[in-house]
Design a protein around this ligand. Structure first.
Ligand code: PEP
Ligand code: MN
Length: 341
């Protein structure tokens, strides 16, 4: 459960209250977020404690365990959270009128191909480059990524193009390794429920794209975000990337309804990934237009110069020219729904 205190409560008093609760066998953790002073309390039978705490004069409200994503919810923060990344002309925002386009290959392969793709996605209108070094693959025999050898390539891309860079991190040591080289972390579908990683990223102040687990529902996605928020990092961008369904033609089912649903439940921005969802380049354009129309704050797309030669996910990668044409269409939709690129 979470105890929300009146804002004039001093830290000293909070400390004393926490000590008292702990002496009754509970675990507490103070959280200061969105201008509120909170105490997370877990342990045996918090229901009885909850009834008692509600009577305390310093307490504004008690959120019981049945509402597990308070910080991520609109109940906590009514207006959209706006996340700003980068500076000057290279700045992007998530959560206001802007629709941000993230594009790049599934994985960094060589410096030459990565740089060539980066220049072309920039020319097409993308402002963020996806440059994955560590690949979480279903099979141990599939390409695992070039790892830390790619850091210099990311630096080079940033220097030459000015694009912001997102890369996936699968464990804490990867986050430490890439932190000074990239602008945004990605936590992929397979790690959405890696709670230790979520806590670790929560303690870093780096924007993070948190992808929905392929077998997770919307509330579980918001709970995963809650981990990051409750450990201090409010720069969370959610991502719908398709969930497992009985359908075999597409790789996953892109849950378009998740986009307005998340907007209803949460103040956090949400983007989507039609590439990994569909697994088919032929479907990427239609799905992109659908997701943007549904109100997404951005889209992450796999783009490759020569999809047939890609080390991974070539079947779902579109070409830079296809990206350019797609962005033109996205711009038209953006106008209709009063947004901009
Ligand atoms: C990716 O974006 O590189 C990726 C592996 O995506 P997902 O975690 O959605 O499968
Ligand atoms: Mn991929």
């Amino acid at each position: 459960m979470i105890i929300i205190f009146k804002t004039d409560l001093t830290e000293e008093k909070l400390h004393r209250i926490a000590e008292k609760i702990e002496s009754d066998g509970f675990y507490t953790r103070p959280i200061s977020q969105y201008g509120k002073l909170l105490l997370s309390v877990d342990g045996p039978n918090t229901e009885k404690l909850s009834k008692e705490v509600k009577k305390w004069q310093d307490v504004e409200e008690v959120i019981d365990g049945h509402f597990p994503y308070y910080l991520a919810s609109r109940k906590c923060h009514k207006s959209n959270s706006v996340i700003r990344i980068g500076k000057g002309d290279n700045q992007v925002t998530f959560g206001d009128r802007e629709i941000s386009i993230i594009a790049g290959p599934c994985a960094i392969e060589t410096e030459e191909t990565a740089l060539s793709i980066a220049e072309k996605v920039k020319d097409a209108g993308a402002k963020i480059f996806r440059g994955m070094l560590f690949k979480p693959r279903s099979s141990p025999y599939s390409f695992q990524g070039i790892g830390k050898d790619g850091l210099e390539i990311l630096d080079e891309i940033k220097k030459k193009t000015g694009l912001l860079i997102v890369t996936e991190v699968r464990e804490a040591c990867e986050a430490d390794l890439v932190a000074d080289h990239v602008d945004i972390f990605q936590i992929g579908t397979r790690n959405m429920s890696n709670f230790q990683l979520l806590k670790y990223i929560g303690k870093m102040n780096k924007p993070v794209i948190l992808k929905r687990g392929m077998g997770s529902n919307i509330i579980e996605l918001l709970c995963a975000a809650e981990y990051i928020l409750s450990y201090g990092n409010t720069n969370v961008i959610l991502c719908e990337r398709g969930i497992r369904t009985f359908e075999q033609f597409t790789r996953f089912g892109l849950d378009i309804a998740a986009i307005p649903s998340v907007k209803e439940l949460s103040h956090l921005p949400i983007i989507f990934d039609p590439s990994h969802a569909s697994g088919k380049s032929s479907l990427v354009s239609s799905l992109t237009l659908a997701g943007i129309s549904a109100g997404a704050d951005g889209v992450i797309l796999e783009v490759h110069d020569k999809p047939e030669n890609a080390f991974s996910d070539g079947t779902e990668s579109i070409t830079p020219l296809q990206l350019k044409n797609l962005i033109k269409k996205v711009k038209k939709i953006a106008e209709i729904i009063d947004r901009r690129i």
